[in-house]
Design a protein around this ligand. Structure first.
Ligand code: HEC
Ligand code: HEC
Length: 131
């Protein structure tokens, strides 16, 4: 009778663990983040990407390629568009500028500081003029 109870508890735990895994799965979608925190929420990631579009005056396809099988959708994790790696360099630089000059509130992750942003320099241009 004791062992039946253990079986029941073990069964229940596995059930609960599977349930938790199923619920958390959507948040593990991002596969190729080298700069942004891996536990970033979909909303935060999306809002950051929207700011890139606005700051550079471009669309998502400036840095992201379409999927091969379903060309109607983007393959956001792919690095096939070289502009994406250029953008990573810019992200590193922007984070570094904020981290070394404007890191006053230590509750914010340096990746999320936005005193200096892409827009500060780009102002709606993908290649800001140098004068
Ligand atoms: C200026 C370039 C640029 C633009 C424009 C841009 N992105 Fe991105 N995106 C990136 C970079 C760079 C990364 C990878 C960041 C990293 O390595 O931490 C990324 C990552 C992503 C990811 C995570 C992919 C994964 O699974 O690894 C998603 C989703 C995404 N972008 C969506 C969008 C959407 C939607 C838009 C348009 C609203 C957009 N991006 C516009 C540069 C860009
Ligand atoms: C301190 C100013 C500054 C900031 C901040 C900045 N950029 Fe740039 N960026 C530039 C300049 C200047 C160029 C043009 C370089 C050239 O023409 O060689 C450029 C060029 C680019 C290019 C074109 C490819 C390249 O490397 O020349 C991309 C893409 C880009 N920036 C994305 C971003 C993104 C995304 C952010 C925010 C995360 C950002 N930049 C923040 C100044 C800045």
């Amino acid at each position: 009778m004791y062992s039946n109870k253990i079986k029941a508890i073990t069964g229940l735990s596995i059930f609960v663990l599977l349930g938790v895994a199923a619920v958390q799965a959507p948040h593990q979608k991002e596969k190729n983040l080298k700069i942004l925190p891996k536990d970033i929420s979909d909303e935060k990631l999306d809002s950051i990407m929207q700011t890139y579009n606005k700051a550079l005056g471009v669309k998502c396809d400036f840095c992201h390629v379409k999927q091969k099988v379903f060309p109607g959708d983007f393959d956001y994790a792919s690095d096939a568009e070289p502009m994406k790696e250029n953008a990573r360099e810019m992200m590193r630089m922007t984070i570094e500028i904020n981290k070394s000059n404007f890191y006053f509130d230590k509750n914010i992750r340096p990746e999320y500081l936005n005193t200096v942003t892409c827009k500060t320099c780009h102002r709606g241009e993908p290649f800001p003029p140098e004068d």
